[in-house]
Design a protein around this ligand. Structure first.
Ligand code: HAX
Length: 435
């Protein structure tokens, strides 16, 4: 058994025992009450699942196993003096709850490299899709096509004991995460660079090699990818992509199918696709205003016009957060260090000054502040990654780290099939009469 899997086995056995005894002794205690507003309003805030890997505070933002993003930047191992953490370290932390040592993270980089070979039929599936297929659809199709390699599905068909589900899920999670950068880079090069692919550099880490295979050789871009793939990894369990993976996974479909479900959810413009919408919004604004250095008044006019057309301002607002997203701030800190002269980055910063008061003025937006997607595109454009329909794939590669480590926990703890209750409007009418 590998070192990470053995650590997970020991931790999971302890925690599962505790979880069982909590339910046995305290199972009847009420964790929440649900209002009709929540029933109609997308279940905002309803406490309804266990998610060990991260927790989201509305004011403070995300903490991964208790650590904020600035803390992780200091504590997680990095590569050769780079000031960004390695996402391998975050995966380790999320899976077993411990900050790994450098040698453990190096082991994980090597282990993912060993598992990274993508089956030939997956490339054939991608090649068969028309070139106008959105990169997120390509990404999802590739993931579904690899379900043929699922160890969980094979072992389930052979009669696996339920006590071994975690083991097979761990193997699938590790294999899938290892392969995602190769698939994503293949989609990018196929769709936007005449099918000219770049061989992996086996001396690099998971994110560095991904940056290399995308075809951007700048070392700062490798550093950016390490930051990007760390901060997008997890946002507790209730967000749409994570919850979808949890729901699909609860049926005991494989990690491949559950993750593909999560990716179809990430592909919506109110969720992960917002990162492409933000840069599209900025490009269209530059075109309409006829300048890449618009004044704040010009930006305010364009924002107002967008709202008047019944559209949202992409990259702003959040279902949980009530302050600027620390994932936005982490990218801003990176951009302040390397890209303060970039015209497009400066537009992002002006939007940050202009948009919140306008959204606040509408009187209905609960969070007028920028979210993670408000900043990422401008930085990618600076390094030459301008093809914005690819951006959500980058998000998806990162999201695998959180949702698949969480799925390992769900399988270890033996969580059952998820099955909440729906009600009809007749039920609501009766309920109102009686209450
Ligand atoms: N621009 C304009 N209106 C907005 C808005 C925005 N950025 N954010 C919220 N609102 C509006 C809502 O549309 C809603 O209007 P109606 O009552 O007329 O329907 C009202 O304000 C109340 O919404 P809310 O309670 O503040 O926000 P929700 O929890 O319902 O929705 C969203 C949260 C993220 C979906 C929303 O803020 C939004 O649409 N933002 C723009 C899209 C975006 O950036 N999505 C990415 C979010 C982060 C993420 O998941 N990244 O992957």
């Amino acid at each position: 058994m590998d070192i990470l899997k053995e650590k997970f086995r020991v931790k999971a056995a302890e925690i599962t025992k505790e979880a069982k005894s909590i339910v046995k002794e305290h199972g009847a205690k009420k964790a929440d009450e649900v209002s009709l507003r929540q029933v109609f309003g997308g279940m905002r805030g309803v406490k309804s699942m266990i998610w060990e890997t991260s927790n989201l505070d509305p004011e403070e933002g995300i903490r991964f196993r208790g650590y904020s993003i600035p803390e992780l930047r200091k504590l997680l191992p990095s590569r050769n003096g780079d000031d960004q953490p390695l996402p391998e370290g975050l995966f380790w932390l999320m899976l077993v709850g411990e900050i790994p040592e450098q040698k453990e993270v190096d082991w994980l980089s090597d282990e993912w490299e060993k598992r990274a070979t993508v089956p030939a039929h997956t490339y054939a599936v991608l090649d068969a899709l028309p070139s106008h297929t959105h990169p997120m659809s390509q990404f999802t199709a590739a993931i579904v096509s690899m379900e043929s390699e699922s160890i969980f599905s094979q072992r389930y068909a052979d009669g696996m004991s339920k006590y071994d589900y975690w083991d097979a899920t761990y193997e699938d999670a590790m294999n899938l995460i290892a392969k995602l950068p190769r698939i994503a880079a293949y989609i990018y090069r196929k769709t936007f660079h005449d099918n000219k692919h770049i061989e992996p550099d086996l001396s690099l880490d998971w994110a560095g090699n991904f940056a290399h295979m995308l075809g951007i050789s700048d070392n700062q871009f490798k550093s950016l990818m390490r930051l990007y793939l760390t901060i997008h990894a997890d946002h507790e369990g209730g967000n749409a992509s994570a919850h979808t993976v949890h729901l699909v996974g609860s049926t005991l479909s494989s990690s491949y199918m559950a993750f593909a479900g999560g990716m179809t959810s990430l592909a919506g413009p109110l969720h992960g696709l917002a990162n492409q919408e933000v840069i599209k919004f900025i490009f269209e604004m530059i075109e309409e205003l006829g300048t890449d250095n618009p004044s704040k008044d010009e930006i305010a006019g364009y924002v107002q016009k967008t709202l008047d057309a019944g559209k949202v301002i992409p990259g702003y607002g959040h279902a949980v957060l009530r302050q600027p997203d620390p994932r936005f701030t982490a990218q801003r800190v990176f951009a302040e260090k390397y890209l303060s002269d970039s015209t497009i980055v400066n537009i992002v910063w002006k939007l940050f000054e202009v948009v919140p008061p306008i959204l606040e003025g509408l009187g209905k937006v609960k969070n007028p502040w920028p979210n993670v997607d408000a900043h990422s595109g401008a930085i990618l454009v600076h390094y030459g990654l301008k093809e914005y329909s690819f951006y959500t794939v980058l998000f998806g590669v990162s999201r695998a780290l959180g949702v698949l480590s969480a799925l390992c926990w769900s399988r270890a703890m033996g969580f059952p099939l998820e099955r909440p209750k729906s009600v009809t409007l007749d039920w609501v009418r009766e309920f109102i009469k009686e209450s």
